[in-house]
Design a protein around this ligand. Structure first.
Ligand code: SF4
Length: 355
């Protein structure tokens, strides 16, 4: 079987460009005065042509560098239009976030809670430049990051230009000159940019804008609950190199009771299938106490049937936090035998597990 992260490694080795760079290098014929529906039609046509073109073909055609008005600009224009009647995620709140109205996630301007090199991610991703956004479109009772996810006004606003500079410096471990170069010479180089939160989804427009200012060949990781709309998935096509997903539940009842979301199964499975078609994929599943039969086993079965080539990380680090103590099922630590039952089942199914 081919390595599920083959393309990711090619970017790391400098043999291929991160996908967003191909968008920067591809001219777009959109006009800012076009109506939103027309912009979507332009996007569909131009992205289809671009994504169907291998990078070797781009080099033959001399596609490199940066076009004055390019496909990433078009994605930015569309993402900002979406904010005007927000349908970035499947809550489809319809509020005008550009006019200061908040939807369910409570996110207005993107606010960054922290950014640093993370050594706790899956081995192929380390060290990962994790960028944590405040706020989330889920309300998980057991959220392990609840201090960030429940406080969309926390953290700092950083301009897209400035964050692009920070990303470039994390990537270029020897950036700077003079005393700066000496002081940075021992720094470790980031392997990727890891957009996370909370959830990155409400901040899609901001993230596209950061990438418009970035010139660094670094893979883009979308670390998400995968509750975005199909239109948001349209925008992520051509940007995301690896989806790092959080596949929590095996049924809608548990999803609604513990995370307050509707139609979880339909939306999240749809987006996983699409992510696997268009990018590389690592699926995370945090085993919840008392949820082996209703959630973990069905998630593993679904993955074996629909995404048998995905990398899967069965996680055992559940701790009862936040409002977990309000629920009898998740108010305790995970038992070792619960975790092993899920892991053994995944192995029996032949899933490709992260070491
Ligand atoms: S991102 Fe989702 S939850 Fe937030 S305002 Fe938009 S549709 Fe609503």
């Amino acid at each position: 079987m081919a390595d599920p992260l083959e393309r990711y490694y090619r970017i790391l080795n400098g043999k291929e460009r991160a996908r967003y760079m191909s968008l920067q290098a591809t001219r777009s014929d959109f006009r800012p005065e076009q109506k939103e529906d027309d912009l979507w039609s332009t996007h569909e046509r131009e992205i289809r042509e671009t994504l169907g073109r291998p990078q070797s073909r781009e080099e033959e055609k001399g596609v490199s560098g940066m076009e004055a008005r390019n496909l990433l600009d078009l994605k930015s224009e569309l993402a900002h239009r979406m904010l005007g009647h927000c349908y970035i995620c499947e809550w489809k709140c319809g509020v005008d976030r550009t006019g200061g109205r908040k939807g369910r996630c409570g996110v207005l301007d993107a606010r960054i809670s922290s950014e640093f090199l993370h050594y706790g991610e899956e081995p192929p991703l380390i060290p990962s430049h994790t960028i944590f956004f405040s706020g989330c479109n889920f309300k998980c009772a057991f959220c392990q990051n609840y201090d960030i996810s429940t406080n969309p006004s926390g953290g700092s606003c950083i301009s897209p230009e400035r964050l692009a500079e920070i990303i470039a410096r994390r990537f270029d471990a020897t950036a700077g000159s003079g005393t700066q170069a000496r002081s940075t010479s021992n720094r470790v180089k980031a392997a990727n940019v890891n957009w996370v939160g909370g959830d990155p989804t409400p901040n899609l427009a901001y993230i596209v804008d950061v990438l418009r200012h970035l010139r660094t060949n670094i893979p883009q990781i979308w670390n998400s609950n995968m509750y975005m709309t199909e239109r948001s998935m349209d925008l992520l096509d051509g940007i995301v190199d690896v989806y790092l997903t959080d596949f929590k539940y095996g049924n809608d009842f548990c999803a609604e009771r513990l995370s307050g979301v509707k139609e979880y199964g339909r939306i999240v499975t749809r987006n996983h299938e699409r992510a696997a078609r268009n990018s590389e994929l690592i699926v995370r599943h945090l085993v919840l106490p008392s949820h082996v039969d209703c959630c973990s086993i069905p998630v593993m079965d679904w993955l074996a049937e629909h995404l048998p080539n995905a990398l899967v990380n069965v996680m055992d680090q559940y701790r009862p936090m936040h409002r977990a103590f309000e629920h009898d099922d998740v108010c305790r630590d995970l038992k070792r035998e619960e975790y092993l039952e899920v892991k053994n089942h995944a192995e029996d199914l032949g899933l490709h597990l992260v070491d």
